[in-house]
Design a protein around this ligand. Structure first.
Ligand code: KG4
Ligand code: ZN
Length: 336
């Protein structure tokens, strides 16, 4: 069964062809990062226009790489949310038009489920149930994944997502966009213990997150140093900030795995590309006898193979969606 995946929720126009849910035949990503970098973040209006310009080309490129024709497609899976409304609409409208023209089923996919599904593509042996941390630019979730289509949300961010904090701190440090890779690189040259930034754990038993206070603490720190005319060590600041984020993510993940008694832990989302995060989780989980899974870098950040994979499992469980499907910028995870 051939699934065509289409992803356009943010600043990547991505199209992929997968076979039988888990085998990638092509995974084409047209990134707009260079366009948005000069503005210090994604400009929604520009993102929509760029998607519109790129999508036809990216689809054809992806089909050619997979060595298939339009007629070979059995299912079209498209991101329906969460994301930027104008950006989502481009992928959705294209997918609807294609489904109508080819008379093929269409399924809308939750982008966050897609991030988890990236792990099914990367690890052929991986099956639910497992505990999972999904950390992207817009969302931070701790979930119990009980089946391919059931996600029990245990915790989520009450304000900024982890990736958003990386992006904002990178901006104030003058390290550019996207912030995650830039902070990780700068942090390699710094001392993570240099500055004691807050680790916001919230209530004792809470699995929720809050990263906006940390972002403010970094901004205030930089401001105070400047006022005192003290030279700022960007590397130490980046390393100390990253350490504070990781401490919170790792502590809550470990606590969740213990509480649920799961023997598998799955990390996903753009922030899953963070090397120290991967290493720390892997180490702490292995001490508990828990196996940690994360996708390779190419499947950690936004791509359409993960959307095709999640779409395949949703289609098998629920059947096709309607052609009157909308986009949902604030779509949450289904609570199973
Ligand atoms: O999942 P994603 O590609 O897009 C969204 O769905 O939001 O995640 C993008 C986020 C950005 O905030 C980016 O700074 C962050 O992932 N990111 C990283 C790293 N690479 C990307 N954060 C920390 N360390 C990284 N190496
Ligand atoms: Zn994403």
């Amino acid at each position: 069964m051939i699934t065509l995946g289409i992803e356009s929720s943010c600043d990547e126009t991505a199209v992929s062809v997968i076979e039988d849910g888990r085998k990638i035949l092509s995974n084409t990503v047209f990134s707009q990062i260079k366009t948005h970098a000069k503005y210090g973040g994604v400009v929604p209006e520009i993102a929509s226009r760029e998607h519109l310009q790129a999508i036809n080309y990216v689809v054809r490129e992806s089909l050619a790489e997979a060595n298939i024709d339009f007629d070979d497609i059995d299912l079209i899976a498209v991101t329906m949310g969460p994301g930027l409304v104008g950006a989502l609409l481009v992928g959705m409208s294209y997918a609807k038009g294609l489904a109508l023209a080819l008379d093929k089923p269409l399924i809308g996919v939750n982008h966050m489920e897609g991030h988890v599904a990236a792990n099914y593509l990367a690890h052929p042996d991986l099956e639910p149930p497992f505990a999972s941390l999904i950390v992207s630019g817009g969302h931070t979730y701790l979930v119990d994944v009980t089946s391919y289509t059931d996600y029990k949300v245990i915790g989520q961010t009450r304000d900024d997502a982890a990736g958003e904090a990386f992006d904002k701190v990178s901006r104030v440090l003058g390290l550019g966009y996207p912030g995650g890779p830039a902070i990780q690189k700068a942090a390699e040259k710094g001392n993570p213990q240099a500055i004691d930034f807050p680790r916001v754990m919230l209530e004792k038993d809470s699995y929720d997150f809050s990263f906006s206070g940390l972002k403010t603490a970094v901004t205030n720190y930089l401001h105070n140093q400047k006022q005192k005319d003290v030279e700022i060590d960007i590397y130490d600041t980046a390393a100390s900030f990253q350490e504070a984020v990781l401490d919170v993510l790792v502590e809550k993940s470990v606590r969740l795995v213990k509480e649920l008694g799961r023997d598998k832990f799955v990390l996903s989302g753009g922030v899953a590309a963070n090397k120290p995060l991967r290493e720390r989780l892997e180490k702490e989980m292995s001490e508990l006898g828990v196996k940690t899974y994360f996708p390779p870098l190419s499947l950690s950040t936004d791509n359409a193979a993960m959307i095709a994979c999640a779409g395949y499992y949703n289609y098998k469980e629920f059947g096709p969606g309607d052609l009157d499907i909308n986009v949902y910028p604030n779509l949450g995870l289904r609570k199973g």
